[in-house]
Design a protein around this ligand. Structure first.
Ligand code: MIC
Ligand code: SF4
Length: 752
C-alpha cells in the first residue's frame, strides 16, 4: 500500500508530506555520510545516501560497489509500461508499493497534425490504452492519458522535486535532474522490483563534475551545453557516472533549460545528470503550482547543493571535472548518425560540403522531451516573428511537438503557436511522434537527405525509418533558423537578432485539458483485459531456470560491427505496436544490426548449419525451433540508447543465452541480467576478431560463477581448430541469483 494510504492518495503531484519526510531523512543522513567518508559531500552524494536502503552500511566505492536504494517514485511510458506491467502482474501483488505513474506518449503517430493524428491514435491503440488504464486502476497507479504530454515534461511539471530520487522506464528519465532530482532510466524489470517493494539495486555511480562559469546569452541555448559535453565525453564517456552541474553559471540557465541538459545526458551513457537547487528551480516550482515545495526546499537548501568545499576545490571530489564558460559557448549542431559528432554551427556548412552531407534540409522538427518547454517554443517563435516581418517563410516543412498539454495550451494562448504557424509550421500532438519514428513521412525523399531536429537521438533510421536520412541535432532556435533558409548553414545568425523569450509564462500556465486519472476506489472491481489471440498484448510465461551446466556449443547469431544500439536490436517506429506482445515483437530482433558475417544490408545472418543467409529474426527463430542455443557478439557500448527491455527479452525468448561484447551501455547490461542472460565482456577486446560465423562457443566456469570470477570462452571453429580466451562479467551475488532462477522476475515471484 502506498505509504500506508489508499488509491485516493494517488494524486497528480508529489504530496508535500512525502517531500517533507524525504528532507528530514536527507538532513539526518548527510551527517551520517559525512562522518563515514570523513569529508564534505557533493549534492548527488547527498541524494544517494538519503535514499540508501541502509545509510550505515551502503557501499560508497564508486564504480565498484553495488548498492540498494529506495526511490520516491516510479514513472513509466506506454511503450515500456506494457512489458513492465505484464511482469508486475506475474509478481502477484495487490498494489504498488511506491507512488507510480503511467504516461501515454509514444504510440501516437505523426502524420498531418495534432487533432487528426490524436483521433487515429485513440482508435488504433484503444486496446493498449485500455489495458494500461485498467492495470493502473487496479494496482494504484496514476494514469496520464494520451494527449497529456511526454512523460518527462509531465513529470517535470508535476512530480519532480529537488533532492528526490526516481526511476523511470525510459532512458531520458534524467530530465528531472533539471529540478535537482536523481532520476534514473531503467528497464521495466527494475521498475517492477521497486513497485513490488524491493530496493533498486545499481552500481554506485562515479561522479563527473561540470563546472559552469559565465552566463548563457545570444544564440547560445541550454541545448548547446549538452551538445558540447557530448562532444567532449562521447557516447560512452558518461557510462556508470552521474554528471553534476555546478558553479556560478548554473543560475543563468532556466529550470527547463537545465532539464534539457540533464535529459540529453542519456546520450553520453550517464546514469543521470543533476543540477543543485537554486533560484531558477524555486521559480519553476512556484510557476507550476508547487509553492509549498519551493518553501520547503528553501528551508533545506543547504542540503540541496554541494557542500561549499566541493565548489571551492572540485578536483578533490569528482572523478573528472570539465569546465565550460557559458559566455564563450557557441551554438552547436551534432550528427549525423551519432549525438557526439559535434561542431559549432559556424563550421557546419564547410563540414557538410567536405563530407558530402546534403546541404538542403528536407524537414525540420522542434520538440521531444528534451526541447519542448515554454521557453524553447518562445525562442523559436521569436525567430519566426522576425522572419515574418521580413516576409520569409520556412523553406522546408517545420513540425512542432509541444511537450505537454500544459505547454501546448499556454503557447496557444500566448500566440506563440500562431507565430510559428504564420511562417508555415505544422503543430503535432503532445507526444514523442517523429522522435521515436512515429512519423508517417509521406514526402520521403529518394536517396540521402538531411533533417534537423531539436531531439536527442539521431541513430540511422530513428526518425523516419530511412537509413539514408542524415539527422542533425541543435537547439530549437537553430532548427527554426535553419528551416527558414532551408540549408545547413548559420546564415540565420546574421540575418536575425538573437532570440529573446520568457522562460516562464508571465500570465501563468494554462493547464489545458487535464489528462490524469486516479485509480479505482475498489481495485477488485477492475478487470484487466488481455484478449486471447490479440496481436498487441500477450501474457508472459516465465523463462526457464538455469540448467546448472556450462554453456556448450552455442551458435553465434551475429557479430555486431560498430554501433549496436537498442534501436538496432529492437527497432521502434512500426514495431512499437507490438511492445506488449513478446512473440510478435521478437520478429524485429536485430533487424537494425550490422553483422560482420553478413555485411551489406543490416539485419542479416548466416545459418551456421548450412551457410545460408537469413534475416536475423528468422535465424533466431530457426535456432529456437531446433532447440539450439546461441549468443550474440557485440562491439563497443552495446545497447546504447533506449531503456527498452525488449532488447533483452527478445533474445532470451528466442533462445539467446549470452551477449559477449567489447563493452556495454549501463541499462542494456542491467536488462540482460534481469532477463537471465549473461552479459560478458572480452578481457582482451582484440579477441572479438577471433569469433567466426560457424563457431561453436562454450562458456566455461559457470558452476563457480561469483562476483569478480573469470569465465573462459572456447571457440571451436568449423575446421576443428580452437581459440580460447578469458571473459569478464559484472554479476553481483544478486545478479547470479537471477541467472540461476531464470530471470529476476522468477526470483521475485518465488519470494512473494
Ligand atoms: C527512446 O527515446 O529511445 C525511447 C523510445 O523513449 C526509449 C524507450 C522505448 O524504447 O520505449 C528510451 O529512451 O528509453
Ligand atoms: Fe519520447 Fe523521444 Fe523523449 Fe524518447 S527521446 S521519451 S521517444 S520524445
Amino acid at each position: 500500500m502506498l505509504n500506508g494510504s489508499g488509491p485516493e492518495s494517488v494524486v497528480p503531484t508529489t504530496p508535500v508530506a512525502l517531500v517533507e519526510a524525504a528532507y528530514v531523512k536527507l538532513a539526518e543522513r548527510v551527517g551520517i555520510a559525512r562522518a563515514r567518508l570523513g569529508r564534505p559531500l557533493t549534492f548527488a552524494e547527498k541524494v544517494l545516501v538519503a535514499h540508501a536502503d541502509d545509510p550505515r552500511t551502503v557501499g560508497f566505492d564508486r564504480g565498484v560497489d553495488y548498492a540498494d536504494y529506495r526511490p520516491d517514485r516510479v514513472a513509466m511510458q506506454d511503450a515500456t509500461a506494457q512489458m513492465a506491467l505484464l511482469q508486475f502482474m506475474l509478481a502477484g501483488l495487490a498494489t504498488v508499493a511506491v507512488p507510480s505513474t503511467v504516461h501515454c506518449d509514444h504510440l501516437i503517430q505523426a502524420r498531418v497534425g495534432a487533432e487528426a493524428d490524436m483521433r487515429v491514435a485513440l482508435d488504433i491503440n484503444s486496446e493498449v490504452y485500455e489495458f494500461l488504464r485498467s492495470v493502473s486502476s487496479r494496482y494504484g497507479i496514476g494514469f496520464w492519458k494520451a494527449g497529456s504530454g511526454i512523460i518527462h515534461q509531465v513529470v517535470l511539471e508535476n512530480y519532480a522535486f529537488p533532492g528526490g530520487m526516481m526511476i523511470g522506464t525510459d532512458s531520458h528519465t534524467p530530465n528531472a535532474g533539471g529540478l535537482g532530482m536523481v532520476a534514473i532510466g531503467v528497464g521495466g524489470a527494475d521498475a517492477v522490483d521497486v513497485m513490488a517493494g524491493w530496493p533498486f539495486n545499481t552500481r554506485v555511480p562515479k561522479l563527473i563534475g561540470v563546472r559552469l562559469t559565465g552566463a548563457l546569452s545570444g544564440w547560445t541555448a541550454a541545448k548547446d551545453v549538452i551538445l558540447k559535453v557530448a562532444g567532449i565525453l562521447t557516447v560512452k564517456g558518461g557510462t556508470g557516472a552521474i554528471v553534476e552541474y555546478f558553479g556560478p553559471g548554473a543560475e543563468s540557465i532556466s529550470a527547463t533549460g537545465k532539464a534539457t541538459v540533464c535529459n540529453m545526458g542519456a546520450e553520453i551513457g550517464a546514469t543521470c545528470s543533476v543540477f543543485s537547487y537554486d533560484l531558477q528551480t524555486a521559480k519553476y516550482l512556484r510557476a507550476t503550482g508547487r509553492e509549498a515545495l519551493a518553501d520547503l526546499a528553501d528551508r533545506y537548501a543547504e542540503h540541496l547543493r554541494n557542500d561549499p568545499e566541493v565548489d571551492a576545490d572540485p578536483e578533490r571530489f569528482y572523478d573528472r571535472v570539465i569546465e565550460i564558460n557559458l559566455s564563450e559557448l557557441e551554438p552547436h549542431l551534432v550528427g549525423p548518425h551519432t549525438p557526439d559528432l559535434d561542431r559549432p554551427i559556424a563550421e557546419v556548412r564547410a563540414e557538410a560540403e567536405r563530407e558530402g552531407y546534403p546541404l538542403r534540409i528536407s524537414s525540420a522538427l522542434v520538440g521531444s522531451c528534451t526541447n519542448s518547454s515554454y521557453e524553447d517554443i518562445g525562442r523559436a517563435a521569436h525567430i519566426a516573428r522576425q522572419a515574418k516581418a521580413k516576409g520569409l517563410r520556412v523553406q522546408t516543412p517545420l513540425m512542432i511537438t509541444p511537450g505537454s498539454e500544459q505547454v501546448r495550451a499556454t503557447i496557444e494562448r500566448d500566440g506563440l503557436l500562431a507565430d510559428l504557424e504564420a511562417i508555415g509550421a505544422t503543430v503535432l500532438a503532445n507526444a514523442c511522434g517523429p522522435c521515436i519514428g512515429q512519423w508517417q513521412r509521406d514526402d520521403m525523399p529518394a536517396g540521402k537527405n538531411t533533417i534537423v531536429t531539436s531531439f536527442n537521438r539521431n541513430f540511422p533510421a530513428r526518425n523516419d525509418g530511412n537509413k539514408d536520412t542524415l539527422a542533425f541535432i541543435g537547439s530549437p532556435e537553430t532548427v527554426v533558423g535553419m528551416a527558414i533558409f532551408g540549408e545547413l548553414d548559420d546564415r540565420f545568425t546574421r540575418e536575425f537578432e538573437p532570440p529573446v523569450a520568457d522562460d516562464l509564462p508571465s500570465r501563468g500556465f494554462d493547464r489545458g485539458e487535464f489528462g490524469f486519472e486516479t485509480p479505482a476506489a475498489d481495485p477488485t472491481s477492475v478487470d484487466i483485459a488481455v484478449a486471447p489471440g490479440s496481436d498487441r498484448l500477450e501474457l508472459l510465461a516465465p523463462f526457464p531456470a538455469w540448467d546448472g551446466h556450462d554453456m556448450r556449443g552455442l551458435r553465434v547469431l551475429l557479430k555486431a560491427k560498430g554501433k549496436c544500439t537498442t534501436d538496432h536490436v529492437s527497432p521502434a517506429g512500426p514495431w512499437l505496436k507490438y511492445r506488449g506482445h513478446l512473440t510478435n515483437i521478437s520478429q524485429n530482433l536485430f533487424l537494425g544490426a550490422v553483422n560482420a558475417f553478413a555485411p551489406g544490408e543490416p539485419g542479416q545472418g548466416v545459418d551456421a548449419r548450412d551457410g545460408s543467409t537469413k534475416s536475423l529474426p528468422d535465424l533466431a527463430r530457426a535456432y529456437k525451433e531446433a532447440d539450439i542455443q546461441w549468443l550474440a557478439i557485440g562491439d563497443e557500448n552495446y545497447g546504447e540508447g533506449s531503456s527498452r527491455e525488449h532488447a533483452a527479452m527478445e533474445p532470451r525468448y528466442m533462445n539467446g543465452r549470452a551477449v559477449l561484447a567489447r563493452s556495454f551501455a549501463r541499462i542494456a547490461e542491467a536488462n540482460l541480467k534481469k532477463q537471465g542472460l549473461l552479459p560478458l565482456t572480452f578481457a582482451d577486446p582484440a579477441d572479438y576478431e577471433k569469433v567466426r560465423a560457424d563457431d561453436a562457443v562454450d562458456v566455461i566456469g559457470l558452476d563457480s560463477l561469483a562476483p569478480g570470477s573469470h569465465l573462459r570462452v572456447v571457440l571451436t571453429h568449423a575446421d576443428g581448430s580452437t581459440d580460447e580466451f578469458a571473459a569478464n562479467h559484472t554479476m553481483s551475488d544478486e545478479h547470479i541469483e537471477w541467472f540461476v532462477a531464470g530471470s529476476a522476475l522468477n526470483l521475485l515471484a518465488s519470494r512473494q
